[in-house]
Design a protein around this ligand. Structure first.
Ligand SMILES: [Mn+2]
Length: 640
């Protein structure tokens, strides 16, 4: 019998090194090849039919333009029309006149000249890496001084990379980011039609129109009745006559101009009143609707008219415009804290279980973020739309969330519906009095909907209510609709909300040796616990000790980071989970895991953990009583 030596991989470090090098090389080659393919150049003739972004001078309109070497990145064939971003192109010498026009940040909507068909190597629109929601990487250092200025101006005016956005097609292709189950789901045949209402204030041209086109391109025509754009008193030039002209070319799209700054809430009411679809979907003006976004939303409303729906909101990067799809398994529910600001929270375990842990199915959520949602015309009208007394921005999302639940509806996130959204780090049109506006809105909200629980919000603003206007008609509305109590809402819809009266110590944590209190400092993304002089105004020196031995304020808990020897704030419901603190009879604060005690450093500049010694620097004065206010249950008596 012949002995066949089994094949054995040559072992040893060298072999793996060679493999790694080869692999890296291969990846590089593939990436390079894809980039080259994306740079396919086009030759042909186009007739300039209209302009996007800027009006072209009359002498340029209708001119037949030969071109070469236009990068294929932004070419879209749409019936007879071809849209080309000519900024990437270079033109023949004899077209100098055109060149100067076209290089001036103009994107041209061109149509194929009859008889002189555009000749180009056909690259499918959905060629990966060419578009498909991929990032646009720009090195500002390589831009000319003028371009660089445009680039920076774009950031300054919008708080996102307008320069990059302007390079991407208004019809850019996106991958299908849905979970596989979503593609097999059958939706009702008889779905209601929809009006999409988009409010904008000084939005960038390409971002606004990409929002519009994504809805037009990705909604079944028989379901999309109209898109209503509401201009909340913008002053950007491109949003004036150029937008009128552009919108007039689009069937189904209409434009309402408000003659004074009305704010998101009142502008939405105006847009809603002008619309007529059976369902209203509100979108921010910096979104991208994606494949199959509409049907899953309408399906829920068709089955129950009192269901209010929120899509999955996929972040679009504010710097490179890359879209990052969120799989359904990563979906979060919406919530808020006693500062009455929206935040994201994990989906309740009971809700996950109710859906048999099928992540792609719609799930109930206590609150909505507010930028993107759908509601039936009937139900929104029944609920009294929004409180028209809300100024500019904020609180309208929580108002509608509370109303939906307390007045007989259901608020759901629908993970099979995906809409991209540019999240910004700052509000580019923020005004100095923004916090006051938001506070005023929150007080109106608390007065009408929070019942006795409003005390917890008022404590956070030191009971300085000021003039918040008249809310009597909103209170009447609530009575007429016979809505349930806020306590019902908390106990049934939002049981994970921490109620300050469920605490065993509250108020400032004051050192016994120095007049300093535990406070928080924000360094980068972390919030670190430090001592600062006690000011007696609650705020960031206000802490609660929960019955679960969390030191917390709202949903933020103290967490000891061992390797840094620092105490930081983390989401109580997030990772890392639980740091247990005990406020002991000898006034020390004991950290169970490390078996050490909270100590003020000798220079009084740090709060850290040390071996428990009984030293005065380890003693803290903290009210051993619950925060004053209502509890979860009617019979609750505050432990004073
Ligand atoms: Mn937004």
């Amino acid at each position: 019998m012949m002995y066949i030596r089994p094949f054995v991989f040559p072992a040893g470090r060298q072999f793996y090194l060679v493999c790694t090098v080869l692999l890296v090389w291969l990846v590089c080659v593939v990436i390079a090849a894809m980039n080259i393919l994306c740079q396919v150049h086009y030759n042909g003739h186009v007739r300039v039919a209209g302009s996007i972004g800027k009006r072209l001078p009359a002498e340029v309109e209708n001119k037949v333009v030969p071109f070469q070497k236009v990068s294929g990145k932004d070419i879209i064939q749409n019936g007879n029309n071809v849209e080309i971003d000519l900024r990437n192109g270079e033109f023949k010498k004899e077209d100098n006149e055109m060149k100067s026009q076209q290089m001036d940040n103009v994107t041209i909507l061109a149509s194929i000249h009859p008889g002189k068909l555009l000749t180009y190597t056909h690259v499918p629109n959905k060629f990966f890496l060419c578009e498909m929601g991929m990032p646009v990487i720009i090195d500002p250092d390589k831009l000319s001084p003028e371009e660089r200025q445009t680039y920076e101006e774009g950031f300054r005016r919008n708080a996102f990379n307008q320069y990059a956005s302007d390079m991407i097609s208004l019809h850019r292709s996106l991958p299908d980011g849905r979970d596989p189950e979503c593609k097999q789901t059958e939706y009702l045949n008889d779905l209601p039609d929809v009006s999409v209402i988009i409010i904008f204030h000084n939005e960038a041209w390409s971002v606004l129109l990409r929002t519009v086109h994504s809805v037009l391109d990705r909604s079944p025509p028989h379901l999309l009745k109209e898109i209503i754009l509401v201009d909340d008193f913008s002053d950007f030039d491109h949003l004036k006559q150029p937008l009128n002209e552009y919108v007039s070319m689009l069937a189904k799209v209409s434009l309402i101009r408000l003659m004074e700054r009305s704010g998101l809430t009142r502008a939405r009411i105006k847009g809603f009143d002008a619309s007529s679809g059976e369902v209203a979907i509100f979108l921010d003006s910096h979104c991208e609707a994606t494949e199959g976004w509409l049907e899953p939303l309408l399906d829920r409303i068709a089955r129950n008219e009192t269901t209010v729906v929120v899509p999955m909101i996929d972040p679009i990067s504010d710097t490179d415009l890359k879209i990052s799809f969120q799989p359904a398994s990563t979906a979060n529910a919406g919530g808020f804290d006693w500062d009455l600001l929206f935040d994201w929270r994990p989906i309740q375990e009971s809700e996950r279980k109710r859906r048999n842990y099928k992540d792609y199915l719609p799930f109930r959520t206590p609150a909505m973020p507010g930028g993107l949602f759908g509601i039936s015309r009937q139900f929104f009208t029944y609920l009294g739309k929004y409180d028209a007394g809300f100024d500019i921005w904020g609180s309208e999302n929580l108002e509608l969330s509370f109303k939906t639940w307390m007045c007989g509806g259901t608020l759901e996130t629908v993970p099979c519906s995906h809409v991209g959204h540019i999240y910004r780090n700052r509000n580019p049109y923020s005004k100095p009095d923004e916090t006051e506006t938001l506070k005023r809105n929150s007080i109106r909200l608390a007065e009408v909907w929070l019942d006795e629980f409003k005390a917890y919000y008022y404590e956070r603003i030191n009971h300085t209510l000021g003039d918040y206007g008249d809310v009597s008609d909103r209170k009447t509305l609530r009575q007429t609709l016979n809505c349930k109590s806020f306590r019902w809402y908390i106990n049934n819809i939002y049981p994970e909300l921490f109620i300050p009266s469920d605490s065993i110590a509250s108020g400032e944590i004051r050192s016994k040796v120095e007049p300093v209190c535990a406070d928080v400092v924000y360094d980068y993304i972390f919030e670190r616990i430090i001592p600062t002089p006690c000011h007696g105004n609650a705020g960031n020196q206000y802490w609660l000790l929960s019955t679960e031995n969390d030191i917390r304020r709202d949903s933020r808990c103290w967490y000891y980071v061992e390797w840094l020897s620092e105490i930081k704030l983390y989401n109580c419901h997030g990772q890392p989970s639980h740091s247990e603190w005990v406020y002991r009879d000898d006034d020390s604060i004991y950290h169970s895991e490390s078996r050490r005690c909270l100590e003020l450093s000798t220079d009084a500049k740090q709060i850290r953990l040390n071996e428990c010694s009984g030293h005065e620097r380890q003693k803290w004065v903290w009210n051993r009583i619950a925060a004053d206010g209502p509890g979860r249950y009617e019979h609750h008596v505050s432990r004073v």
